[in-house]
Design a protein around this ligand. Structure first.
Ligand code: DC
Length: 221
């Protein structure tokens, strides 16, 4: 079973994806982390962020060494990820890995949950269940601001809001695989829905699709 979760930054799709993966015993791929990894390579190497060939070339050099979470989740990595994600050569270089993960999930799992921007539209258009997870930009900025503050990054709410608006515009307007709701995706608006409520709705949809009509095992909070 393949579950696709797409949506803008800080919509709650990552948390939801992790909980669904645990509940249904599926492998989880955070595809935003792939683009963030490319961004970290750009930041570390100092190559110009708008040099498509140079940026795409760094992907071949991305080794197995894991990038510290703090560096990967930084505001700078998120901003540059959204810039390099608009490059067709970068998207092409990351596509096969994502499709392979969905087709042959690791660790003997029976399926996969992928979260990102173009999973239901481009990476896995045949996914069994698709969700489009969203929330108002103000609510998303509030969440992201709290998350960054808890990690010790000093940034104002207004700066986070402006940055999210920029990233939304870039992700939605790019020519290649823009962020948009797939026609057959179920909309989950988390503006006024806490993560548990969103999770229960998603579990119901998946259980119905699986034709089981039963609940998944409870996920850890
Ligand atoms: O979900 P995130 O904030 O970690 O994603 C970082 C950036 O990566 C985001 O601005 C757009 C890009 N991205 C993408 O273009 N396609 C994906 N499938 C996942 C992320």
């Amino acid at each position: 079973m393949v579950v696709a979760l797409d949506g803008p930054a800080a919509s709650g799709k990552g948390t939801l994806a992790r909980k669904l993966a645990e509940a249904f015993n599926l492998a989880h791929l955070d595809t935003g982390a792939l683009y963030r990894s490319v961004a970290v390579m750009v930041l570390r190497s100092g190559i110009p962020e708008n040099d498509e060939d140079a940026v795409a070339a760094t992907i071949a050099q991305m080794g197995a060494g894991s990038i510290p979470e703090r560096e990967l989740r930084s505001e700078a990595a998120g901003r540059i990820a959204s810039v390099v994600a608009a490059m067709p050569k970068v998207r092409a270089a990351l596509l096969a890995f994502q499709r392979e993960f969905a087709a042959s999930p690791p660790a003997g799992k029976e399926g996969a949950v992928l979260d990102g921007r173009d999973i239901g539209t481009v990476v896995c258009p045949q996914a069994d269940v698709k969700f489009f997870v969203t929330a108002s930009v103000e609510e998303r900025a509030r969440r992201r601001h709290a998350e960054l503050q808890s990690r010790g990054e000093s940034i104002t709410y207004e700066a986070v809001l402006a940055d999210l608006k920029d990233r939304d515009a870039r992700d939605r307007s790019r020519a290649e695989a823009p962020l948009k709701q797939a026609e057959d995706a179920v909309l989950l608006d988390t503006t006024e829905l806490d993560i548990e409520a969103a999770f229960r709705q998603a579990v119901d949809v998946i259980a119905r699709r699986k034709g089981m009509g039963v609940s998944a095992s409870p996920a850890r909070p």
